[in-house]
Design a protein around this ligand. Structure first.
Ligand SMILES: C[S@@+](CC[C@H](N)C(=O)[O-])C[C@H]1O[C@@H](n2cnc3c(N)ncnc32)[C@H](O)[C@@H]1O
Length: 412
């Protein structure tokens, strides 16, 4: 048997009897996949690990608390022999051979008639890795190959577009704050499967360089908008490409629904009858302070954080923000789009009672190679922005947590 490569196959075990002999670590590892496959699992074993026992208690498997006996494999489709008793394993495997039951042996791969591959799943695909022959058996290597394949499919570095099940339409993908590692697994995969990508200035721009040449990349800032508003022109571009049956990714910085105008695009697509999915992203409002060593909450220091847009000044009639109420909060204020107006924001907060000594930090271009942090107070921030030439994009953190500045080395 060992001279020939194993023949790979996918067993459809739903409702079919599978016998597992031995309730130890091997059973514990294999049982979840058998249960997930819908197998009718009979475990024969005098004892079991607590997790295996829990599966029996939950009714996911049937457990007979006894040793293997000849005849246990009657009416069985598949057997996993994994007791600590070598003689029992030999006897069960002989019965499997006689009864034509495919049999996995945990103690002797050579004697087995079936091998369990290293398996993993990613979005509807099962990856199963086997070594070709018994002499090549190397579980660590097969597991490593499996991990590389699954990881590659998940993060999109292994480009395998879904030709049969591609979904034309638009995916609004939150790309995270800028570091290409901080996009979600789903976002990265959708990006790898896209025909067209319409990208914002903020977000993981580096990922655009990795896209295959056939992908059309459109800079949202450069969409000509003539008599339309810029947002309307972007909506139209999304609709136009999706209507041609293309898979379109709208790549945004941070999260699509945090000052990302995500809902406007979702509504426009819904009105046009275009399928749309929204993939959340890591918002800069939390991650950028975090990248600079500032937690937005801290036990005993800040029990709340409030994210505020600073794109209009407090005395501007278009402002929807209650700065007076914010000045009363003891926790953390996180201000986005506030660099230009921070002087007037600080004045308003002080005028409404916040101390001019309240710690404040500005984090510019967080999570990118150009990240920098400038520390100040509410009273000194306007001057600090000028002196240090702080430019957007920056997140401004106001409150006691802004005084935190750990010196632990970063291990990334
Ligand atoms: C239009 S808002 C979009 C926010 C985004 N949807 C999010 O969830 O992070 C843009 C603002 O986010 C902040 N921002 C986004 N990425 C940033 C980064 N890498 N570093 C600092 N600030 C950032 C800045 O305040 C910038 O002006």
């Amino acid at each position: 048997m060992a001279e020939h490569p194993a023949y790979p196959v996918g067993l459809r075990l739903a409702g079919r009897r599978v016998v597992v002999l031995g309730g130890g670590q091997v059973a514990q590892r294999r049982l979840p996949a058998l249960v997930a496959a819908g197998a009718d699992v009979l475990l024969v074993s005098p004892s079991a690990t607590p997790s295996v026992e829990a599966m029996a208690d939950a009714g996911e498997i049937t457990w007979e608390r006894r040793r293997y006996a000849d005849g246990d494999l009657a009416d069985t489709w598949y057997a996993l022999v994994a007791t600590s008793d070598h003689a029992a394993n030999e006897a069960a495997s002989a019965e499997a051979e006689r009864s034509r039951v495919w049999c996995v042996r945990s103690d002797d791969a050579d004697a087995a008639t079936a091998w369990t591959p290293a398996t993993g799943r990613s979005e509807g695909v099962t990856v199963a890795v086997l070594t070709a022959e018994a002499k090549d058996r190397d579980p660590r290597r097969t597991a490593a190959i499996r991990d590389a394949l699954v990881e590659g499919l998940r993060d999109g570095s292994l480009v395998a577009p879904q030709h049969r099940t591609r979904h034309p339409g638009v995916a609004l993908v939150g790309g995270g704050p800028g570091d290409p590692d901080l996009i979600t697994v789903r976002g990265r995969r959708l990006l790898a499967e896209a025909d067209v990508v319409i990208a914002d200035r903020l977000g993981p721009r580096d990922l655009l360089d990795e896209l295959p040449p056939h992908v059309e990349v459109i800079d949202a800032a450069k969409i000509p908008y003539g008599r339309f508003m810029a947002q309307e022109a972007i909506n139209n571009a999304l609709i136009e490409h999706a209507a041609q049956g293309k898979a379109v990714v709208r790549l945004k910085g941070g999260d699509p629904y945090v000052y990302g105008r995500g809902m406007e695009e979702v509504q426009a697509l819904a009105d046009a009858g275009i399928a749309c999915t929204v993939v959340p992203g890591i918002s800069s409002s939390i991650s950028v302070p975090g990248a600079a060593g500032i937690p937005v909450t801290h036990r005993g220091v800040a029990h709340e954080f409030t994210v505020v847009s600073g794109h209009v000044a407090p005395d501007d009639e278009r402002s929807l923000v209650d700065w007076q109420a914010l000045a009363r909060l003891r926790g953390t204020l996180v201000i986005l789009m506030g660099v230009d107006k921070i002087g007037r924001i600080a004045e308003a907060l002080i005028a409404h009672g916040k101390s001019a000594d309240t710690p404040l930090a500005l984090v510019q271009e967080g999570t990118t190679a150009a990240q920098r942090r400038v520390d100040a107070t509410l009273g000194t921030v306007a001057e600090a922005v000028r002196t240090h030439g702080v430019k957007p994009p920056a997140v401004i953190v106001i409150g006691p947590v802004a005084a935190m500045n750990p010196t632990t080395p970063d291990r990334t």
